[in-house]
Design a protein around this ligand. Structure first.
Ligand code: G3P
Ligand code: CA
Length: 330
């Protein structure tokens, strides 16, 4: 067998898979992303009732599965406060894996992504174990290293209901041979304390996520705006390999770019901004084509602009455009 090619920056991270083209966080979405050239596939992780990691963007599965159409689960509907916000719907932690496997995924944004919505009702909610197996099988098949980029979702909330994520995630990754700094894995979180806990448990590279407003749900750090300042970045560099900022923290497509790329690189942090999407609805005005929010604008031009600013990777819902753009840039 030919040797497996290792990864080089900038990397293309398939955000929830090829989620512009298939319902997010499904094996179909991840598989298409790999076929389209992604280096990493990104599962957001939450727990089932029986303590198994599955890929969903939030533990509330009302918007991305057909759970509401299952009469046998009607009595599971609940209202919960998660990260300070009230949510009413169905939640992964109230379903065993076997129960979750009877549901089917659906497109989150059917108005913007009608072609993806045609796949509604076809795909299961995948487990982390299935996603790892997919990455490993595709690495063998393609001869390219396919990594995974898991995000711990709502770790403080899950800890508060007796389901801490950190040791469990580290153990599952270690069991498949991924426990070093050169493993094809990044672990990301919007919270701080769980990344610090992970730093004590594993050498796997950690990514501190930050948004353009607000602050971490665990309130362990100043607001994200302060974390993105030089002193904040220096503190992050003590436990993380890099940061995953909202792309607007680097450049919003209107004002001059900020100094975040230079400031992060100055303390040795890499940058993997999010989220690069093709629809006009998500593009700054200068990259839009026309006024229909669902029409695809100039995503490649947008990604190129960020590559020129020096980012080390991009999260994108359209990994084919991401991979082609990165290849042309290299
Ligand atoms: O994880 C990077 C990016 O995915 C963060 O945003 O909300 O899509 O998980 P979200
Ligand atoms: Ca994510």
């Amino acid at each position: 067998m030919a040797p497996v090619k290792s990864l080089s920056s900038p990397i293309v991270i398939a955000h929830r898979g090829a989620s512009g083209l298939r319902p997010e966080h499904t094996l179909a979405s991840y598989t298409l992303a790999i076929e389209q050239g992604a280096d990493f596939i990104e599962p957001d992780l939450v727990f089932t009732k029986d303590d198994i990691f599955v890929a969903r963007h939030e533990n509330d599965i009302t918007g991305t599965t057909d759970v509401a159409t299952h009469p046998e689960f009607a009595d599971r509907k609940a209202t919960k406060v998660i990260d300070g916000e009230s949510h009413t719907g169905w939640f992964t932690e109230d379903f065993t894996l076997a129960e979750l496997k009877t549901l089917r995924a659906k497109e989150r944004l059917p108005q913007l992504r009608p072609d993806s919505a045609k796949y509604d009702g076809q795909f299961e909610v995948p487990t982390l174990a299935e996603i790892i197996a997919l990455a490993k099988a595709q690495t063998k098949k393609t001869g390219r290293t396919i990594g995974i980029y898991p995000e711990t979702k709502h770790p403080s909330y899950f800890a508060s209901i007796g389901m801490p994520m950190e040791a469990r995630l580290v153990a599952q990754l270690k069991a498949v041979g991924w426990d070093s700094a050169d493993a094809p894995v990044f672990i990301q979180s919007f919270e701080v304390n769980n990344l610090k806990a992970l730093h004590k448990l594993t050498k796997i590279r950690l990514i501190q996520l930050m948004d353009a407003s607000g602050g971490p749900a665990d309130k362990a750090a100043p607001r994200y705006a302060a974390m993105a300042m030089p002193e904040g970045l220096k503190a992050i560099a003590r436990y993380a390999y890099g940061i995953g900022p909202n792309k607007n923290m680097i450049w919003n497509g209107v004002a001059p770019p900020t100094s975040l790329v230079a400031d992060a690189h100055a303390v040795g942090l890499r940058l993997h901004p999010w989220t690069f999407r093709a629809e006009n609805a998500f593009l700054p005005a200068l990259f839009r084509d026309g006024t229909n929010p669902a029409t695809h604008g100039q995503l490649s031009a947008e990604i190129t602009a960020y590559l020129k600013l020096g980012v080390d990777g991009v999260f994108t819902d359209y990994p084919q455009i991401g991979a082609r753009t990165v290849a042309a840039f290299k």
